[in-house]
Design a protein. Sequence first.
Length: 288
Amino acid sequence: MKELIVNADDFGLSAGANRAIIRAWQEGILTSASLMVGGRGFDEAVELARANPGLQVGLHLTLLQGRAVTEHRGFPALAHRDGNFGNDPVHVGMRLFFVKALRKQLVREIEGQLERFVATGIPLSHVDGHLNIHMHPTVFAILAELMPQYGITTFRLSLERLGVELEIDRRRMVGKAADAFIFSRLAAACRPVLDRMGIRYAGEVKGLLNSGRMTEEYLLCALDRLREGMTEIYFHPGCHPDGELARWMPDYQHEAELAALTSPRVKEKLRNLGIKLRNYRGEEKAYA
């Protein structure tokens, strides 16, 4: 059987992201969303999630290109004086790995984001990360300690087949090859820990190598290539104009991704292929 989790990242980033995610849930194939607890649209996202209890929501751990939820003083500091994290993924990743003095702040921030999520009263479905920062070795080691305390039983193991991706879209080949290699190594390190802890994950995650360009045509091709078992595909739907979406992801095709998630052609394709829509808890969603 082929089963599919359809997730939207950046819930809580902004009003435009929130509006698109709820529409994709109510009218489309979306089954879950990942909440940025430090986002400008956090309060609105919480209200929307409470009004749509069937939408499963997880934590979108944010440690770059966003705002901290706990205060970080001194030197070195995890966040800038204005409370914002760094923007460059490579620089942030290197700091988190090599600057050991940041670890206490990092633990406090990750716990702070988990606590802010729990305080909403919304069931915590899963954990993933903004720009997949949850797979970073230092971050993952901390999460491995914290997940049992917060009852987290599902995790995004970001791993995607490069050959299949290039059959669909051959743009940015070098970048995709680099990303596929890096995340295959990270997944190889994370998987045995997750297995030992009994934390579930999808067999493959799509959206990693073509992030921001998950259009209807792309999705139709990707559905033909799903393997047996559970796959996750994640999207970044949005409604413009929206200052936060334009600021952080100016090249992403947010509205095209929303169109893909609500496309009648995509729904018909899923029916014809017999693909079951599920969330991280295994609950099935009927085609809207």
